[in-house]
Design a protein around this ligand. Structure first.
Ligand SMILES: Cc1cc2nc3c(=O)[nH]c(=O)nc-3n(C[C@H](O)[C@H](O)[C@H](O)COP(=O)(O)O)c2cc1C
Length: 236
């Protein structure tokens, strides 16, 4: 039951972290140890992790300017709920209030490249640690064209480290935007990451300045299970 409780209480900590409170070396080591023992397809261990705690590098990464894509804004908007009642009813997606106003107002003019720099950029710059999880497409499992299995494996690495961090009371924020085209190129250049490797995902680690409790919803088990045959009402 302790494991289930940890899983249920694991959460994203998207707000600012205390820049004066470092993540203890031993805690960081345990988070990486949890990543180390992740299951990966064919035990290929298709990842490398760059641990960034150098203030100048964090400053540089958080300072990358890149406009948010129109596609992201449009598709993100479709997944938003505009009240807690709506989110509780839908049980899928996220609350619109997590995003800047211009992202949740159709047709609003985006403050061009400022977006990334101003909001997410600042919290990256003040994070004690940023993990850049790098994916090596050359280490794919046998006969897994497209490397779907490799992508699943990276998800296992993410979850293992996330659970460990939260068990230690350390905030964990997955940042996908550092993997996006131009941003990825710049991050790779700042951190000397070789060309043939890709940034799978990045994680901010630290101690949230404010509690940051927010409404978290999930579908019920019968909503996504099917008994024996697809379409038969699921397991209660
Ligand atoms: C593959 C993956 C990518 C994600 N990318 C982001 C991201 O870029 N920014 C972010 O704030 N959260 C990101 N998340 C976190 C999800 O939004 C979050 O897990 C989900 O909304 C449920 O909230 P919870 O983590 O608090 O339970 C990502 C999660 C996964 C698994």
């Amino acid at each position: 039951m302790e494991v289930l409780k940890l899983i249920q209480e694991r959460q994203s900590a998207r707000g600012a972290y205390d820049s004066e409170r470092p993540v203890a070396q031993e805690d960081l080591r345990q988070i990486l140890e949890a990543g180390r023992w992740s299951p990966t397809a064919h035990n290929m261990q298709n990842f490398e992790i760059v641990v960034v705690d150098d203030k100048k590098l964090l400053e540089a990464i958080g300072g990358i300017r890149y406009p948010v894509s129109e596609t992201f804004i449009r598709e993100n908007y479709e997944q938003l709920s505009f009240s807690e009642e709506e989110l509780l009813r839908k049980k899928v997606g996220i609350l619109g209030t997590m995003f800047p106003l211009s992202w949740r107002t159709p047709g609003a003019k985006l403050e061009e490249p400022e977006q990334f720099n101003s909001s997410l950029g600042r919290v990256i710059q003040t994070s004690p640690v940023l993990l850049i999880v790098v994916y090596d497409p050359g280490r794919r499992a046998p006969a897994s064209e497209g490397d779907f299995l490799g992508a699943i494996s990276l998800g296992c690495v993410m979850e293992n480290m996330w659970l460990m961090a939260n068990a230690l009371g350390i905030g964990f924020h997955v940042v996908s935007s550092l993997s996006a085209d131009q941003v990825e190129k710049e991050v790779k250049s700042i951190l000397d990451i070789p060309d043939h490797l890709m940034i799978a995902f990045s994680v901010r680690l630290g101690y949230p300045v404010s509690a940051g409790k927010y409404l978290r919803v999930r579908r019920e088990v019968p909503d996504f299970t099917h008994h024996n045959r697809f379409g038969n009402r699921g397991v209660d």
